[in-house]
Design a protein around this ligand. Structure first.
Ligand SMILES: Cc1cc2nc3c(=O)[nH]c(=O)nc-3n(C[C@H](O)[C@H](O)[C@H](O)COP(=O)(O)OP(=O)(O)OC[C@H]3O[C@@H](n4cnc5c(N)ncnc54)[C@H](O)[C@@H]3O)c2cc1C
Length: 462
C-alpha cells in the first residue's frame, strides 16, 4: 500500500486526488488531502445571491485546452458544460474617457483583418503604420527570454503594450506586461516569431490550416458550468473518500527522511511514501524550506499577485442601459484602479434572471494591494465611483459582494522556463515529491487540472 499526501485542496489537489481514487478503491493506494482553510475548492467559489450566480474566483475556463472539460465529463458533468455567448462577444477598452470596442479580427494583439483595425479609434495612425510594417518582421530566434512588453513593443510599438497587451494580461495574471516573460506567457507568439518573423503573417498562415474554417461554427471561446465553477470542485469532492480529506489543517513542513516523507501540521506529524504539493509556489517554498533551502529559494522566486473581485447585481433598467458585449478592460495609464469588468449576464447563460444585470469587477497586482486594507464598503464605493466615470452608472446596486484572494495568481517572470528546469533538477533529488498548481506551466484551470493529473501519475510511477 502506497501512502500519499496531497497538500492543498484547490482544483489542482482535488484533480490529483481523483486520479488516485481508483487506486485507493483497488486497495493499492491511501491518500490524504490537507487543506489549510475551512473549505475545499481553493479559489473556485460560487455564491447564489438574489437569483444571480456570482463567481468569487474564476468564472470559466478556456475551451481550447481540453483537461478541464475532460475532467467534467469524467465526473458526469458533461451535460452541465455551457459555452460563452460568443455571438455577443465584444470587449471594450477604456481609452481617454471612452469605451472603444476592440476591433474585429484581433487575435490577442495581432490584427488578422485589415479594415476593422485600420478604422478603429483604439490605435493612433503611427501604431497602424507599425502594424503594416510588422508584416515584414524578419524571423528571429532569440537566445534569451524577454518581457512581454519588450516583445510586443518590438512588433507593434508602445501603444499596443499600454492599450492591449498589458490590460489583457492583467486580466489573466494580475501582473504587468513589463514583468511577465514572453516564453512562458506567450509561447505561441515567441514560436511564431522564430518561424515566421511576423506575428500577423504567422496568424494568417495558422488560420488557413485551422480545423474550423469560417463557414463552420467554431467552439465557444470560454466554457463554464451551469451551476458555476464550484460545481466542478463540489462534484470532485463528492467522488473522493471523505475520510481522506482534512480541512483546517495547515501543513507547516515536509521533510524527506528514511526513504519517505514526514508531513507536519499544527496537530501532528504523519509519514507518507510520496507527497504532492498542490499549493501556490510560495506556500510550497515555505513547506520545503528546511528540507531543501535551494529548491525552496527557486519556488519562492516565482512571484505571485493578489486579486479582488467585486460582484454587483442591478435591476432591469441598468441591464437595458449597459452597452452590449462581455465587458471592458482599463489600461493602467488611464488612472483608474479597476482593471476590468465583465457584463456577466451577457457572457454566459444561467447567470442572472432577465430582469437583472450582473457585473463582476476585478482588481489585481498593485491595484489590489493599494486597496487591500480597506473595508468591503470602501472597496464597493471605489467600484461604484469608477463605474460611474466609465459607464455613467449611478444606480444603487441591489447587492455587492467583495472577495479577496491573497497571493493566489502566479507571475511567470522573465526566465521562468529556465527556473522550471532548475526546479525539476532539484526535485529529482527527492523521489516521491511532485509539484502541481498554477506556479509552473499554466495559470488557468485546465493547466492546473493537468498538473494535478500528472503529479498523481508521477507519484504512482516514481
Ligand atoms: C480571482 C481569480 C480569477 C481567476 N479567473 C480564472 C478564469 O476565469 N479562468 C481560469 O482558467 N483561471 C482563472 N484563475 C486562475 C485559476 O483559478 C487558478 O490558477 C486555479 O484555480 C488554482 O488552483 P490551485 O488548486 O492550484 O490553487 P488554489 O485554488 O489557490 O488552491 C490551493 C489551496 O491550497 C491551500 N493551501 C495553501 N497552503 C497550504 C498549506 N501550507 N497547507 C495546506 N493547505 C494549503 C489553500 O488554502 C488553497 O485552498 C483565476 C484566479 C483568481 C484568483
Amino acid at each position: 500500500m502506497t501512502r500519499i499526501a496531497i497538500i492543498g485542496g484547490g482544483v489542482s489537489g482535488l484533480a490529483a486526488a481523483f486520479t488516485l481514487e481508483e487506486h485507493r478503491r483497488a486497495g493499492t493506494v491511501e491518500y490524504t488531502v490537507y487543506e489549510a482553510s475551512s473549505r475545499l475548492g481553493g479559489v473556485l467559489r460560487t455564491e447564489h445571491i438574489q437569483g444571480c450566480l456570482v463567481e468569487a474566483g474564476p468564472d470559466s475556463f478556456i475551451t481550447e485546452k481540453p483537461w478541464a472539460a475532460d475532467l467534467c465529463r469524467a465526473l458526469g458533468l458533461g451535460d452541465q458544460l455551457i459555452g460563452s455567448n460568443d455571438a455577443d462577444r465584444k470587449t471594450y477598452i477604456f481609452v481617454r474617457g471612452r469605451l472603444i470596442p476592440m476591433p474585429d479580427g484581433l487575435m490577442f494583439m495581432v490584427p488578422t483583418k485589415i479594415l476593422p483595425t485600420a478604422f478603429s479609434p483604439l490605435f493612433s495612425w503611427s501604431t497602424k503604420v507599425r502594424m503594416a510594417q510588422e508584416l515584414f518582421h524578419p524571423p528571429r530566434s532569440a537566445d534569451s527570454d524577454e518581457s512581454v512588453a519588450s516583445f510586443v513593443e518590438r512588433h507593434y510599438g508602445g501603444e499596443m503594450v499600454d492599450r492591449l497587451a498589458d490590460p489583457l494580461l492583467s486580466g489573466i495574471y494580475g501582473g504587468e506586461a513589463a514583468s511577465l516573460g514572453v516564453r512562458a506567457v506567450l509561447p505561441r507568439f515567441a514560436e511564431m516569431e522564430r518561424t515566421h518573423g511576423s506575428l500577423g503573417r504567422a496568424m494568417l498562415a495558422a488560420r488557413k490550416k485551422s480545423p474550423h474554417p469560417s463557414n463552420q461554427s467554431a467552439p465557444p471561446l470560454f466554457t463554464s458550468l451551469k451551476n458555476g465553477m464550484q460545481q466542478l470542485t463540489d462534484t470532485l469532492m463528492a467522488k473522493l473518500n471523505p475520510s481522506s480529506l482534512l480541512i483546517n489543517t495547515l501543513v507547516q513542513a515536509a521533510k524527506a527522511e528514511a526513504g519517505g516523507w514526514t508531513i507536519s501540521s499544527a496537530l501532528e506529524s504523519r509519514q507518507y511514501d510520496s507527497i504532492i504539493l498542490a499549493v501556490p509556489a510560495l506556500s510550497a517554498a515555505r513547506i520545503l524550506s528546511t528540507c531543501s533551502p535551494e529548491l525552496s529559494g527557486e519556488l519562492a522566486a516565482i512571484g505571485c499577485t493578489s486579486s479582488i473581485t467585486v460582484g454587483l447585481g442591478y435591476d432591469r433598467d441598468v441591464r437595458h442601459s449597459l452597452p452590449p458585449g462581455f465587458g471592458f478592460l482599463v489600461p493602467r495609464n488611464e488612472g483608474k484602479r479597476l482593471l476590468a469588468a465583465t457584463f456577466v449576464h451577457n457572457k454566459f447563460p444561467y447567470r442572472a434572471p432577465n430582469d437583472r444585470a450582473l457585473l463582476r469587477c476585478f482588481f489585481a497586482g498593485s491595484n489590489a494591494d493599494n486597496i487591500w486594507q480597506l473595508s468591503d464598503d470602501a472597496i464597493i464605493a471605489i467600484v461604484r465611483n469608477e463605474l460611474q466615470q466609465i459607464l455613467g452608472l449611478r444606480a444603487m446596486p441591489l447587492f455587492a459582494r467583495v472577495r479577496k484572494w491573497k497571493s493566489a495568481m502566479a507571475q511567470y517572470g522573465v526566465g521562468h522556463l529556465e527556473r522550471l528546469d532548475r526546479i525539476e533538477r532539484l526535485r529529482r533529488h527527492f523521489p516521491g515529491l511532485a509539484l502541481a498548481g498554477n506556479g509552473y506551466r499554466g495559470i488557468g484551470i485546465p493547466d492546473c487540472i493537468r498538473s494535478g493529473n500528472d503529479a498523481a501519475r508521477q507519484v504512482l510511477n516514481p
